[in-house]
Design a binder for this molecule. Structure first.
Ligand code: HXC
Ligand code: NAP
Length: 293
């Protein structure tokens, strides 16, 4: 089985224009590449215009598609509105918003300044809100239908997690927004879904979540029942399906793609995995012996 294979047919996203926040690097770049490969036009946006321009020309060369780089700090509503206005001068309409931009770092919460906490909330929660509200209002006002918003969250949006509390708090908010608007804006022909990825190595995440020696100390693959990290194409396949018309009846869902990682952490007795097979005969006998007394 080749889990790195490309899943959808070549024209699956033909005619669609997709706006990817944080599309210049990491997972945003990988998803953008696949969208272009299967026929979409892609707008990538983030704070760093040079990076976006490099990515756009690299992806255009690789895919022969059209990739438009636009600068925008999603924390600021007026920048989002300006970016959308510029985008609408270049494309007929935007069909998909992929809220992928994020900020994160590990820290004991009591060490955080108020501004540090706000910075993550502003990028992740306020940024996703800004893009969703600005583009949603545009779609509704102009009676544009068959639109979709895909939000990239995390598995700890549902469970919470120590040491990444601003990110967990913000992602939980994004998940609540996904589910709420899936109901409220369905009447306008707008679908909302989310993906909760497990570990998918990127420089942006690994430098901030596993700095220095932590990379060698914590092998994230070991925490995953399938004993491996995710491949970018696996995430791109899922994202492409969710934003395509094939997923037209999927609304308000969060799909976890983590090889079973969060469930392994959740199950109270999952630690029994450490017991060697040969020990189970002895344990079974001990338990049965108690029962007969
Ligand atoms: C404590 C920190 C800190 C740290 C920054 N701050 N880093 N506090 N520990 N490691 C504080 C600063 O001191 C400052 O507060 C405030 O946060 C803002 O910092 P700035 O550097 O001024 O912010 P800015 O330039 O806007 O950069 C934002 C950033 C940066 C989030 C800090 O890391 C960034 O640009 N990140 C973008 C990419 C990213 O994070 N990608 C990872 C996504 S991974 P004071 O009080 O001093 O002013 C992800 C995966 C999750 O989400 C799941 C994985 C399995
Ligand atoms: P990444 O490469 O660091 O991507 C984050 C992107 O967000 C960057 O391109 C960055 O570009 C952009 N960004 C940050 N602040 C911004 C702002 N204020 N305005 C606009 N853009 C901003 O990390 P990644 O791993 O690919 O993460 C992508 C998404 O996947 C995030 O939502 C993350 O939470 C999620 N995720 C990742 C993993 C994983 O294992 N990698 C797991 C779970 C969830 P600029 O710096 O140019 O602005």
């Amino acid at each position: 089985m080749d889990f790195k294979a490309k899943m959808l047919r070549d024209d699956a996203l033909k005619g669609k224009t997709i706006l990817v926040t944080g599309g210049g690097s990491g997972l945003g770049k990988s998803m953008s590449r696949y969208f272009l490969e299967i026929g979409a036009q892609v707008i990538i946006t983030s704070r760093n215009l040079d990076k976006l321009k490099n990515t756009a020309s690299e992806l255009e060369k690789e895919t022969q598609g059209i990739c438009i780089p636009l600068q925008c700090d999603v924390r600021h509503y007026e920048q989002v509105e300006a970016m959308l206005a510029e985008a609408h001068q270049k494309v007929k309409s935007i069909d998909v918003l992929l809220n992928n931009a994020a900020g994160n770092f590990i820290s004991p919460t009591e060490r955080l300044s108020s501004n540090a906490f706000d910075t993550i909330i502003d990028i992740v929660l306020k940024g996703s809100k800004n893009c969703t509200l600005a583009l949603g209002k545009y779609w509704i006002k102009n009676k544009e239908e068959n639109k979709t918003v895909l939000n990239i969250v995390t598995t700890y949006a549902s469970t919470g997690s120590a040491y990444v509390v601003p990110s967990a708090t913000a992602k939980a908010g994004v998940l609540a927004m996904t589910r709420s608007l899936a109901v409220e804006w369905a009447k306008y022909g707008i679908r909302f879904n989310a993906i909760a990825p497990g570990p998918f190595p990127t420089k942006g995440a690994w430098d901030r979540l596993l700095p220095g020696e932590l990379k060698d100390k914590f092998d994230l693959a070991k925490k995953v029942p399938l004993k491996r990290v995710g491949d970018h194409q696996e995430l791109a396949n899922l994202a492409a399906y969710l934003v395509s018309d094939f997923a037209h009846y999927l609304n308000g869902e969060v799909i976890t793609i983590d090889g079973g990682e969060w469930l392994k952490g959740a199950g109270q007795f999952n630690l029994l995995e450490q017991i060697p097979t040969e020990m189970w005969d002895m344990l079974e006998e001990m338990i049965k012996a108690k029962k007969s007394k």
